[in-house]
Design a protein around this ligand. Structure first.
Ligand SMILES: [Zn+2]
Length: 250
């Protein structure tokens, strides 16, 4: 069985964009590790940063536990993720510690600066993780660069509103109740998302997004992915083969 490492910026990003696929992978016996760069301490008007950070770490761990996944937070500041030396070492250490076969990263183009920064950091950490002389923490260098995939951006669009096309989709209708339950653990975000993002019902918006992505693949509900296949990253369709029945965009 394989190990899948999903890294994003804030607690609840993975739930919104890729938890259905992770639920399917966990169900067929693969190990899933969820990492967020930040604890999302910006996401509150009621709590001080250190208080909401604790709450959100707890919510993310509870969400991951629903599919038997583990959760780790790198503790980088919310709205303070940059492609710099310290952060690249931190992300590389996380990749080495997980020893993944597959890595899921945020879309390179997305609405939030942390999402885009984490995307670059993860892409480069996958390369750096296999370089023995690049020193981070205690974890040993990987034997090879893992397979890298980009998750959909929020709303399926870049900052200018241009749709980001997926290479392939994953049918998540059957596991949607698990994905929904995972997002529901992020209770602290419901009021925040209503205020900051003008989304009065976070869970209804999740279902609406899953259905909208589903239309692109002619199924009820889907999540989209792009494989990063450029030199010297692996090009073989490892995740697609693991899932067995991926969807082609129509
Ligand atoms: Zn986010």
């Amino acid at each position: 069985m394989s190990t899948i490492l999903a890294i994003h910026a804030h607690p609840d990003d993975i739930e919104t964009l890729a938890a259905g696929t992770l639920a399917r992978l966990a169900r067929i016996g693969h190990a899933v590790i969820i990492v967020t760069a930040t604890a999302g301490e910006g996401g509150s008007t009621e709590h001080a940063p250190e208080v909401i950070a604790r709450i959100r770490r707890r919510e993310a761990a509870a969400s991951a536990a629903l599919i038997g996944a583990s959760y780790h937070c790198l503790g980088i500041g919310d709205l303070a993720v940059f492609n710099d030396d310290q952060s690249r070492r931190a992300v590389t250490e996380a990749v080495r510690s997980a020893r993944p076969d597959i890595v899921l990263a945020p879309s390179p183009a997305d609405y939030h600066p942390d999402h885009e920064a984490v995307s670059t950091l993860v892409r480069d950490a996958c390369f750096a993780a296999s370089v023995p002389n690049y020193r981070c923490g205690d974890a040993a260098a990987l034997e090879a660069i893992p397979h890298l995939y980009f998750i959909d951006p929020i709303g399926g669009r870049d900052r200018e509103g241009v749709p980001v096309k997926a290479d392939f989709g994953v049918d998540i209708e059957e596991v949607f109740p698990i994905k929904r339950a995972m997002l529901a653990t992020h209770e602290s975000q419901f009021a925040w998302v209503a205020r900051q993002h003008d989304i009065p019902d976070h869970l209804a918006a999740l279902e609406e997004w899953a259905r909208r992505r589903g239309k692109d693949f002619a199924v009820a509900m889907a999540e989209g992915f792009r494989q990063y296949r450029h030199h010297p990253y692996p090009k073989t369709p490892a995740l697609q083969q693991m899932l067995g029945d991926v969807l082609t965009p129509r």
